[in-house]
Design a protein around this ligand. Structure first.
Ligand SMILES: [Zn+2]
Length: 83
């Protein structure tokens, strides 16, 4: 049997990550559903681009003052241009 990450998609019910376990960082991917979505930023900041850096800075600054889950979903939508 192959191990899988299994993280649920934030917006799509029934979709779960079927990558090999990746410490919940980088991105999730469901091969079955053919979709990718963001996981946690990589701890070493390898997530490329100004948007990624700005997002990390914003998260660090806000540090839980707003609902972190809703915040993460909003950030994802902004970054990916909505559904
Ligand atoms: Zn995953």
């Amino acid at each position: 049997m192959t191990e899988a990450c299994g993280a649920p998609h934030a917006d799509r019910e029934g979709v779960a990550c079927d990558r090999a376990p990746h410490a919940m960082t980088g991105y999730h991917h469901s091969r079955a559903a053919g979709v990718f979505w963001d996981a946690a930023p990589l701890p070493d900041g390898r997530r490329a681009g100004r948007a990624g850096l700005a997002e990390m800075a914003a998260r660090a600054t806000r540090s839980g003052r707003t609902g972190s889950a809703a915040d993460a979903v909003q950030a994802w939508k902004e970054e990916h241009g909505g559904g």
